[in-house]
Design a protein around this ligand. Structure first.
Ligand code: ZN
Ligand code: ZN
Length: 418
């Protein structure tokens, strides 16, 4: 049997990298005062249709949706911002100013291609009631620092997509420019509905090259906000990271003002993206709330993450027919240490005890020789083996073998747990 087309199973190093990024994200954004929010994987379709825009690729082509038994259309969430805004609206009377982060799977029925999967993980950050250009700079700054923590060499492209005051005149200018040009079929349809989206098109990049730039159409408010954001960001970010890309528009309707995309230095698709969405909360039924955020594609990012060389860790308990009970008693004691935390009361902080709480396994095949058990423990990268032998047990001892140094000594069982 096969997995669903466009999905994949994560295992071993691939999964370790994904978990590493998730863990770092939790640590990093918690440290910065962001609160974790976990929204359901399923939402009513309206949450996305209104917020992302009915003509966006996601809403038109990529949502996994089905009719629930009560007749309501339910979708697997294709992105994280709209659900967080839905949640925020119920909270905003008590706590208008709040910073969230989330970690979780998203689903888009994209055409299967290298590096794109229909289920993928995003780490996202959203800040509500933060109107200033400094907040945008801060957002870009912490994203850059987060990537630096993971040793990801990156570049950030920024732009302003304007507001409802200035965007119509820019759209009009684009319509004039694009009409009559030999655009692809998708873009022909976009001319009327959303000409800014044409700037994203890979097929028509030659025609797009000479299109008018939004910078010349921004209203006073948008222009000042963007310039302040730029000068502040240049101060905060390391040199060479930031650049302005006047063609950057983002594929979603809800952005207003500052938007950005992040790329690995070596190029390729964006590994993170975000921007300001001041009108979204109001649009979804809440109070007007200036807000901004970003999302990081975890699997895409994981391609650039290097795992540290796996260190030997944990303890493997050997067992033989005649000593199996004693081996199990050891395991039981070790598990007790793991769960009740008594390990932290031990004065003796030797390395064995440290390893005990990390990982433990026991031999369950009593036909295996001691030699082959030790070979297995070695190949599985255990640090220590506890060799439980009949003779040693008589003296209340076990042999602790250091698999890294290939040395061993007898240790009293009571000492092991003292
Ligand atoms: Zn404007
Ligand atoms: Zn096109």
């Amino acid at each position: 049997m096969q997995n669903v087309s466009g999905t994949r199973d994560l295992f071993s190093d691939e999964l370790k990298k994904v978990r590493l990024i998730e863990q770092r994200a939790r640590d990093f954004f918690t440290k910065l005062g962001f609160e974790e929010i976990s929204t359901p994987v399923i939402e009513y379709a309206e949450v996305f249709v209104k917020s992302l825009g009915e003509t966006t690729d996601i809403v038109m082509h990529q949502m996994y949706s089905f009719l629930d038994k009560d007749g309501k259309e339910v979708v697997l969430r294709p992105e994280g911002t709209a659900p967080v805004v839905r949640f925020y609206i119920n909270l905003q009377v008590e706590r208008p100013k709040v910073k969230f982060f989330y970690v979780g799977p998203m689903f888009r029925r994209e055409r299967p291609q290298k590096g794109r999967y229909r289920q993928f993980t995003q780490v996202g950050v959203e800040m509500f009631d933060y109107p200033s250009p400094q907040a945008d700079s801060y957002l870009v700054f912490i994203l850059s620092e987060f990537l630096k923590n993971l040793n990801i060499e990156h570049m950030i492209q920024v732009n302003s997509v304007g507001c409802p005051k200035c965007r119509p005149s820019y759209s009009e200018a684009l319509r004039n420019y694009f009409s009559g040009k030999p655009l692809c079929g998708d873009c022909q349809r976009r001319i009327d509905r959303n000409p800014m989206r044409i700037l994203d098109c890979k097929v028509d990049s030659e025609i797009v090259k000479n299109a008018p730039e939004i910078t010349d159409f921004l209203c006073e408010g948008c222009k000042n906000h963007f310039l302040e954001f730029l000068s502040f960001s240049k101060n905060m970010l390391d040199e060479g990271i930031l650049s302005v890309n006047p063609r950057l528009v983002r594929g979603l309707d809800y952005y207003t003002g500052v938007v950005f995309e992040v790329f690995h230095r070596s190029g390729g698709n964006a590994i993170a993206a975000g921007g300001r969405y001041d009108l979204l909360a109001q649009f979804m039924g809440g109070k007007p709330t200036p807000a901004c955020g970003f999302a990081v594609g975890v699997e895409r990012l994981s391609e650039f993450v290097n795992l540290e060389k796996a260190k030997r860790t944990g303890v493997f308990i050997t067992s033989m027919k005649e000593t199996f009970g004693e081996s199990f008693k050891l395991l039981k004691n070790i598990l007790k240490m793991r769960s009740d935390g008594t390990i932290f009361e031990f004065k003796n902080k030797n390395e064995i005890l440290g390893e005990l709480i990390k990982r433990v396994d026991i031999n369950l095949d009593l036909t295996k020789s001691l030699k082959s058990q030790l070979r297995f423990a070695d190949s599985e990268n255990f640090r220590f083996a506890l060799i439980v032998g009949k003779r040693e047990l008589l003296g209340g001892k076990v042999v602790v073998r250091d698999l890294e140094l290939s040395k061993q000594e007898e240790v009293k069982i009571t000492e092991l747990f003292e």
